[in-house]
Design a protein around this ligand. Structure first.
Ligand SMILES: [Zn+2]
Length: 119
């Protein structure tokens, strides 16, 4: 009887650990930023980490405190810079003159295929 209780306790404990680990894992790759240039993947970056990204075309992207924005760009219209800060999955910043896109992806949906994000 005692032995069965211990085994049951261990099973419950193991289930808890698996559940917590799963939650932590989901949170970790919950959201990331996909940067593309000319329709090709330039890089992907975790949204919960701080990044300063210089794209070759002259766009400077900042990721800080879970939000991403176009810090500066050498394009004439500056529309990408004016688009401000984004953080929701599916949000997109586009720099048409430089053909650069910055998209927030993930959040539990399609997280296995970062390259499948539509350009
Ligand atoms: Zn621009």
């Amino acid at each position: 009887m005692k032995r069965a209780d211990v085994i049951l306790g261990l099973i419950v404990l193991a289930a808890c650990i698996v559940w917590l680990a799963g939650r932590a894992l989901l949170r970790k790759d919950g959201a990331y930023v996909v940067v593309k240039q000319d329709g090709e993947l330039f890089g992907s970056y975790a949204l919960d980490e701080d990044w300063e990204i210089d794209v070759r075309s002259g766009n400077h992207i900042s990721i800080r405190d879970g939000v991403v924005w176009m810090e500066s760009a050498d394009c004439p219209d500056q529309i990408c810079v004016k688009q401000g800060k984004i953080s929701a999955a599916g949000s997109l910043i586009t720099c048409l003159p430089n053909r650069v896109t910055v998209q927030v992806a993930g959040g539990g949906i399609d997280k296995s295929e970062p390259d499948a994000v539509a350009y």
